[in-house]
Design a protein around this ligand. Structure first.
Ligand code: SF4
Ligand code: F3S
Length: 90
């Protein structure tokens, strides 16, 4: 599955959510999470993110490894998001 990592924190540009064919994205207070059970690895969201926050789980930088478990845990506890909204960061 693809994973949302640290650059999303405090940004939430939400350009990613509208291209996902599987409605994988879930919204936390400070960042988004991808549901690994729904993600089909299509990669459509990756080029949409202006801050390059989305990685394939096997390619995620070492310092952000914990985001794999965080996406799995938090996507189960947060609401789906399928519409673009105003980002936190300008
Ligand atoms: Fe959705 Fe595809 Fe991104 Fe997975 S890789 S979150 S299916 S857009
Ligand atoms: Fe976050 Fe990038 Fe999507 S900042 S909300 S992963 S477009």
């Amino acid at each position: 599955a693809f994973v949302v990592a640290a650059p999303c924190f405090g940004c939430k540009y939400t350009d990613c959510v509208v291209v996902c064919p599987c409605e994988c994205f879930h919204e936390g207070d400070q960042m988004l999470y991808i549901d690994p059970l729904e993600c089909i690895d299509c990669e459509a969201c990756v080029p949409e993110c202006p801050v390059e926050a989305i990685f394939y789980e096997d390619n995620i930088p070492a310092e952000w490894q914990q985001f794999i478990a965080l996406n799995a845990e938090m996507s189960a506890k947060t609401p789906q998001i399928t519409q673009r909204k105003t980002p936190l960061a300008p």
